[in-house]
Write a protein that binds this ligand. Structure first.
Ligand code: AMP
Ligand code: MG
Length: 550
């Protein structure tokens, strides 16, 4: 079959979609643009046509389709017992990116569309979509026009990647305006529930209608999470082949700085190794993954293990953030980055519009990892839902998203106590945390003391890749909590960084009898063991403190 691409000319004449309209009416499949994403359309009245959509998309049969209508009056054809809230919501959001779940009219809408007693209905606002539905003269089922599991298409070229030669028509009206799928609302429950987050958020619903909408996920009954009321939510969606990391903005910090920290943190095992060989006469040690990586979030950890394939990274953010980021990074690191930028800076609307195209573009460029801008604003629920799915294939808790927090252990020379504390902490694999260490008077590049190394090896921990480093502004800035080995260290550090006083604690807060961790340097292995055991003994209390604070 040859696929004909119909380029839309505006204004759209009354006969423009006569042919694709007829094709749909007669049971064929036509891809067309909507304001959310491109849809793969077929007549909702013809079971065979509906089934062909499932086959084309390789969509699981229990994931029902949304029925698209051109006018409000048509709702009574496909749904029964329409609740009064429908009219309120329709006035506020339709035509537009909202889908309403109502009782299905089984006389018109076959089980193939939806095996439930309900039906999902939407009224797109995109002019070509409306013209096509009118030309077809039938309700149109239209899931996103992609093979299941790929990012949704937001341009006609995306549709052709999956369906060229498999369907008779693709209507091309340029990039989609919204860029993520519609918000699916269960309007039969009270309060109404958001079954799938989308462009329209609970805040927008409340502002425009005074109606409270709750997320089904947060208001689900026992077991419902395994059987979501929108069956599609249990499937992995929008997953590019590259690993995706979400860079969440941090308070009081510019986004380019956060991106830069994320990239440097991501690179640090390599960087540590390279710096050593270049600048010190220390014997070059293979970097030992067990030292730094274990405490990192597992996603990042896995990426470390794939270190060698991590050559190209895609960066998705605003063009202003990108320019500031590039100015921050050294050339080597900057050279590994491929940007996909939207116009502006931290702009949820533009970011949403470009997200899926960015994911696809990075896939085409075969990048190994994608760093994408995250948004914590409430109106970003739809964007974040899609991005989190791309990142992990499932809904992730916020804590497992980049960046991990950093704890820094501080002693004098950074060769005995603080590297031990760092290694013992990282050995615990604390979710969302990574430990580093430094000294108030450390010589850069000095190895871990043989005593510390040995007593850690006794516990199966290898910290031999450690190199001493002095504390400095940059380290302080990237650290969330500093734990000093003694009260004296704490006093000195607080004098150096008075505005960080709340973030500096002494290990004595976690030991029995509030005693310092004394320096074993120059003493026998017995002393090193005692130091190790005292640090270990305080760790549980330290972890409780982390939970309390963060
Ligand atoms: P898509 O067609 O890819 O935009 O996905 C449609 C979404 O709407 C999926 O998550 C479906 O599970 C959901 N959906 C469709 N019909 C219903 C329904 N009757 N009840 C609940 N969710 C539905
Ligand atoms: Mg879809």
């Amino acid at each position: 079959m040859k696929t004909q691409v119909i380029h839309v000319r505006h204004p759209i004449g009354p006969c423009a979609f006569k042919e694709p309209g007829r094709a749909i009416r007669e049971g064929e499949v036509v891809a067309f643009p909507t304001e959310t994403v491109y849809g793969l359309g077929a007549s909702a009245l013809l079971p065979e046509a509906v089934l062909s959509i499932f086959r084309l998309k390789r969509r699981p049969a229990d994931n029902p389709l949304i029925v698209h209508l051109a006018s409000k009056e048509d709702a009574a054809r496909v749904a029964i017992q329409i609740p009064p809230v429908f009219h309120v919501l329709y006035e506020a959001f339709s035509p537009g990116p909202v889908t309403y779940v109502m009782m299905r009219n089984k006389d018109t809408i076959p089980d193939e569309v939806c095996r439930l007693s309900t039906v999902a209905v939407r009224f797109p606002s995109q002019v070509a979509a409306r013209a096509l539905i009118e030309a077809a003269g039938v309700p149109i089922v239209a899931p996103s026009a992609n093979i299941s599991g790929k990012p949704s298409p937001t341009r006609a070229s995306h549709v052709l990647q999956d369906f060229d030669g498999k369907i008779p028509y693709v209507i091309d009206d340029g990039p989609c305006e919204v860029g993520v799928e519609s918000t699916v609302l269960d309007i039969l429950s009270d309060p109404i529930r958001i079954l799938r987050p989308g462009f329209v958020t609970a805040e927008m619903i409340y502002k425009r209608t005074g109606l409270r909408a709750v997320s089904w996920y947060e208001h689900s009954e026992d077991g419902e999470k395994d059987f979501p009321p929108a069956p599609g939510m249990k499937y992995r969606h929008y997953a590019p082949s590259a690993r995706v990391f979400i860079v969440m903005p941090r308070e009081g910090e510019t986004l380019d700085k956060t991106f830069s920290d994320a990239l440097v943190a991501f690179d640090s095992p390599k960087a540590a190794l390279e710096d050593d060989s270049a600048e010190s006469s220390c014997e070059k040690n293979e970097y030992d993954m067990s030292v730094l990586a274990p405490a990192m979030d597992t996603v990042i950890h896995n990426a470390f293990l794939n270190e060698h394939s991590l050559e190209k990274r895609g960066i998705f953010t605003g063009d202003r953030t990108w320019r500031a980021l590039i100015a921050r990074l050294d050339e080597d690191l900057a050279g590994t980055l491929l940007p996909y930028t939207y116009a502006g800076e931290h702009d949820i609307k533009s970011a949403t519009q470009s997200l899926f195209d960015a994911l696809r573009t990075f896939d085409d460029q075969k990048v190994d990892a994608i760093f994408a801008e995250g948004f914590s604003e409430p109106d970003a629920a739809g964007y974040m839902d899609r991005l989190e799915r791309a990142a992990s294939g499932e809904k992730t808790e916020e804590k497992s998203i980049l960046l991990p927090r950093q704890i820094l252990f501080l002693c004098t020379g950074n060769t005995c106590r603080s590297p031990m504390a760092e290694a013992l902490f990282n050995d615990r694999r604390v979710d969302g945390w990574i430990a580093v260490s430094a000294g108030l008077a450390a010589y850069p590049g000095i190895l871990i003391s043989p005593g510390s190394s040995e007593v850690l090896h006794e516990w199966g921990i290898d910290a031999d890749a450690h190199r001493a480093q002095p504390i400095d502004d940059q380290l302080m800035e990237s650290t969330d909590l500093i734990v000093t080995m003694t009260d004296a260290h704490k006093d000195i550090l607080v004098r150096l960084y008075p505005d960080r006083v709340d973030d500096i604690v002494s290990y004595s807060a976690f030991t029995e009898n509030q005693k310092d961790i004394d320096d074993p340097y120059g003493f026998s292995l017995t002393s090193y063991r005692a130091t190790r055991d005292r640090i270990q003994e305080g760790l549980d209390r330290l972890l409780e403190e982390l939970k309390r604070r963060f």
